[in-house]
Write a protein that binds this ligand. Sequence first.
Ligand SMILES: C[S@@+](CC[C@H](N)C(=O)[O-])C[C@H]1O[C@@H](n2cnc3c(N)ncnc32)[C@H](O)[C@@H]1O
Length: 488
Amino acid sequence: MDDDQQRELAQFFTPRIVAEHMAAQAKIPDQGKFRILDPGAGSGSLIAAIVGRVLQEKVDVSVALTAVEIAPYLHAPLRGTVEDCVDVARRFGVDITFTLVEADFVDWACCQAQQEEELASEDRSYDLVIQNPPYRRISALSPVREQLRRFDIDVPNLYAAFMMLGSSMLADGGQLLSITPRSFANGTHYRDFRRKFTRSMGLERISVFDDRQSLFADLAVLQENVILSAIKGSRPEKVSISVSGGVDGPVRERIVYYSEVIRQGDPELFVHVPVSGLSDRAATVIDGLPCRLSDLGVSVSTGRVVDFRVRDALRFEFDGDAEALIYPGNLQGGRVVWPMQGTRKPQQIVSGPTTAKLLMPAECYVLVKRFSPKEARRRLMASVFQSGDIPGAVVGFENHLNVFHSSGAGLQGSLAAGLSVWINSSILESYFRRFSGHTQVNVADLKNIRYPSFERLTLIGAQVDLDDWPGQGDIDRLVERFLGIKAP
Ligand SMILES: C[S@@+](CC[C@H](N)C(=O)[O-])C[C@H]1O[C@@H](n2cnc3c(N)ncnc32)[C@H](O)[C@@H]1O
C-alpha cells in the first residue's frame, strides 16, 4: 500500500497470531445468533480469526458479521476474506451473514446513535465488538472532535473514539475486545474517556507484551499495545492480567482484584496493569502514603523554555551576560552538571522582554526527565538542582523537564533531596510502570502519585550528600529504612 495513505488511515493490520490471541478471548454463545461488529476491519484478519474460533468451538450458532471500513480499495480484499469464511463455515454447518458498511465508522456510529434515540431499536446491538482501530490523533479543533462531543465523547485519539462508540453499540453483557495503544491508561487527556468507559464497561482481562516491537514486526508501530477485554454493564470482582514475552512467547497470567486495576479513591481512574505480586505490594504501601504533592506545598510543572520558540535568545557559545539553561542532558546521576561539554544543546539563554518570565530564581528544585529512551531501565529519573550549580541568580529549565517547585520558587534543600530519593526509588518505578505504558512522564502522573510526609522526606533528604548522590542500592536502602518499603 501507499505509505502516506497507510499512515493517514493508520492501516496497520493485525498479524494472524495476534488476531488469534484476541479471538481466543471471545465469549462465544452456545446457541442462537452471534452478532459481531468489526469497526475499521481492514482486510478482515480479526473476522477470520473469530470465525475460526467459532468453528473450533463447534457451537450451534449462526453468525451475523458487520464490518465497517472506510478505504474503498480494502472492500474487495475484505469481502474476499469473508467469502472464504462463509465457504469454510458452510462445510461446518455454520451459517454466516455479512454486512459491509462502506463508511466512516464515526459517522456511521453517530448516525446509528441518533436513530437509536428515535427508534429505541434493539437489533443494532452486538454481542462482540472486536477491533484493531486506527490510531490517530484528533486535534481539539477538528470537525471529528466536534462531532464526537455532540455525543458526549471527548477523546484525543481516534482509537479511543472507536472504543467508546464500539462499546455503545454492544448489547448488555456484550464484549469489547480491542488492541490499542496503552496511552488511555493514564494522563489527563484520557481522564474523561476512563470515567465514561469504565462507567459502562467492566474490565475483565488485560494483556500486555514484554517486547513491544514484536507485535507488528513488519511495521514501525512502536507504541506499547494492550489487548483489552471488557464486558458491558458488569463489574467483575477480579481481572485477569496476562503478560506475553512477544506474540508467540510464553504467557504469564495472574488474577487480581478489580481494585488493583482501578485503585479505590483514585480521582484520575488510572488503569493499572499489575504484572507482578511485588508491584501489588508496592501499590498497597504507596496508596497508603499520607500525602499528595499539594499537601507538601509542592507543585510540578513542565520547564518553561520551549527552545524553538525563543531561538534568538539561545546561546551556544559562552556569553557572560546570558543565563544558564538546563536540558535533560544536564541531569547526570542525580545531579545537574552545567555547562555540559560536548552537547549540541545551547547552554544559555539571554534574559530579555520575552524570555525573563521563562526564567526561575536559581534556588533548589527537583527536575524529572519527561522522556526516556524506549529501552531505558528507568522511566522516573530525578536530579536535584541547587543554586550553586550555576553562576547566575536565575535559571531556565527547558520544556522536556518536569520541575518540582513551590509557587514558582525553590524548595527546602532536604525536602528536594528526599523527594528526589523517593522519585528515584525502585519501588516507585515499579508502581509507575503499572499504569504507564509509555516513555513519557507527565505532570499529571507525578501529581497523582502519593508521597511520604514532609517530615519523612526531609529526614531522608538529610541523609543524602547532594554532591555525592547515592547509587540505586543506597536509595532503596534509605526508602526501606525510613519508609519501611522494601525494593521489589
Ligand atoms: C489499524 S488498521 C486495522 C485493520 C483491521 N482491523 C486489522 O485488525 O487488521 C485500522 C483500519 O481502520 C480503517 N479506518 C481508518 N479510519 C477509519 C474510519 N474513520 N472509519 C472506518 N475505518 C477506518 C483503516 O483503513 C484500517 O483498515
